[in-house]
Design a protein around this ligand. Structure first.
Ligand code: SAM
Ligand code: SF4
Length: 469
């Protein structure tokens, strides 16, 4: 994993879904299929995390109970990511563990991008798997589960040709303060390196009234922060008669009583317009942070990647954000070592970093992926060279972040407190601009509350401070 910093856009690393608000099992053996316990581990991005929350909701609604270890589950599910090769390999190594360990009657299922990409071949590689379901087919999960419960040994949902979105009446949410909501699924952008259009299918947006209804429900449940999700969230196209623009939807979500912070990710530069900046300026509940992946600083490489914008066009979007009436944090993703990336192209990426001065960066070595146009491009860059460029990129960004964060010392921020340290009186949380702040407070309980914190120190990845009363 090659992120340079931990002002995290959360969870690019794989982790299991912690079963909050769900009773855990004491039993060491799996119960019978209809005794129904499940274990769900998630790999990949926030969208996968949130898909898992919805999958857990579907299972809970069918009477399944979530448990914390695969050994205690009658149904073991892996929600997978195939964006880079390493992520996909991880899943097969997990499945390998079942070759000898699978308990009698235990069902193993593979969901998500690897399921979509490998399809039926998963049954060949791991014959102990019974369910293979891609993310574009989650709507069919209840049906697929019925087939498994009826004793069917091989069940698949692999259609990507869909205009449906995955909406379920029950979603089991992991984060008690920030609720995630997918507003657009799939992707139509076809970047040359990316598996998403193949694994998640075409772009489908949820109707604005359905999104707003869910936000009202979340506010009633006590959530004050919501994050709207989509691979290209700002390409949102309301399928209902209201035809709300993405920026109008942002404003409408912020208007829901009880909602105090609205975030959104990921924005595609091509569809990032002045109306979004105007919404951010007008409504302080919209968090002043935009994740705007650039991928490369070289127009030549951007063209090869089919990113649909040039270096200069990207700078125009940044200038719009930098010119806003409120300061807006900008973060990005960069891929190093795309086929044919020359030393001069890479130098342009470094100069872009110096020019934009991002608040945070996620950086990746190019990973060739099946079904993608870049797979057959000439002039592959060696692993050694990719690693060298990645290290230089990360060091450049580390210095920029240290400098930017140092300018914040003395400022006071509102923090939503989400973590409590084992050390006495130490807490942590995020600013609206999505920086992590670790701070001291004598108060006994702060989790889930908003507090004012004055910054007293800064590192490249986080700030430290003290609560202001
Ligand atoms: N939709 C988002 C966008 O257009 O920026 C990105 C979604 S993708 C899940 C997250 C990031 O993974 C991308 O921004 C890109 O930097 C990285 N990524 C995608 N495919 C990759 C590949 N084949 N090799 C390395 N990094 C990749
Ligand atoms: Fe992948 Fe490009 Fe779509 Fe992002 S916009 S999900 S990088 S194809």
């Amino acid at each position: 994993m090659a992120e340079t910093f931990d002002i995290s856009l959360d969870s690019l690393a794989g982790r299991s879904v912690a079963p909050q608000n769900v009773a855990s099992s004491n039993s060491s053996a799996p119960s019978h299929r209809n005794g129904s316990t499940f274990f769900l581990e998630t790999f990949g991005c926030q969208m996968n995390d949130h898909d898992s929350e919805k999958v857990a909701g579907v299972l809970l609604a069918r009477g399944y109970r979530q448990v914390e270890s695969p050994g205690a589950a009658s149904l073991v599910l892996y929600n997978t990511c195939s964006i880079r090769e390493k992520a996909a390999q991880k899943v097969f190594s997990r499945l390998g563990e079942y070759r000898t360990k699978q308990a009698a009657g235990q069902i193993i299922g593979v969901l998500g991008c690897v399921a979509q990409q490998e399809g039926q071949e998963i049954f060949e590689r791991a014959p102990w798997v019974s369910l293979v379901c891609g993310s574009a087919s989650y709507r069919k999960l209840p049906d697929l589960l019925s087939q498994l419960e009826a004793g069917n040994q091989r069940v698949t949902g692999l259609d990507t040709d869909t205009d449906e979105t995955f909406e379920t009446p029950v979603t089991r949410r992991d984060n008690p303060w920030r609720a995630y909501l997918t507003i657009i699924e799939g992707c139509d952008k076809a970047c040359a390196y990316c598996v998403v259009p193949y694994t998640r299918g075409p772009e489908r947006s949820r109707a604005s009234d359905s999104v707003l209804k869910e936000v009202r429900e979340l506010a009633n449940l006590g959530y004050s922060e919501v994050q709207l999700l989509g691979q290209t969230v700002n390409s949102y196209a309301d399928p209902s008669k209201r035809k709300m623009r993405f920026s109008d939807l942002l404003l409408a979500v912020a208007d829901v009583p009880g909602i105090r912070r609205v975030r959104f990710t990921t924005s595609h530069p091509r569809d990032f317009g002045a109306d979004i900046v105007a919404a951010l300026e007008a409504q302080p509940k919209l968090c002043n942070h935009v994740h705007l992946p650039v991928q490369s600083g070289s127009t030549r490489v951007l063209r090869a990647m089919t990113r649909t914008y040039t270096r200069d066009e990207y700078f125009e979007k940044v200038a719009m954000l930098r010119g806003a009436k409120r300061e807006i944090a900008i973060t990005t993703d960069i891929i190093v070592g795309f086929p044919g990336e020359t030393e001069a192209d890479f130098a342009e990426t470094l100069s872009l970093l110096e020019k934009v001065r991002y608040d945070a960066l996620f950086s990746f070595k190019y990973s060739p992926r099946p079904n993608t146009p870049s797979l057959s491009m000439p002039d592959a860059i060696s692993e050694e060279e990719k690693s060298r460029r990645l290290a230089i990129l990360q060091e450049t960004q580390r210095k920029i972040q240290s400098q930017r964060n140092a300018t914040l010392v003395g400022n006071t921020f509102e923090i939503l407190v989400s973590g409590k340290s084992r050390r006495e009186n130490q807490w942590s949380g995020h600013t609206a601009c999505h920086r992590v702040v670790n701070f001291a407070s004598q108060q006994r309980e702060l989790l889930g509350t908003y507090v004012q914190v004055r910054v007293t120190g800064a590192g490249p990845n986080s700030l430290v401070g003290e609560q202001v009363t």
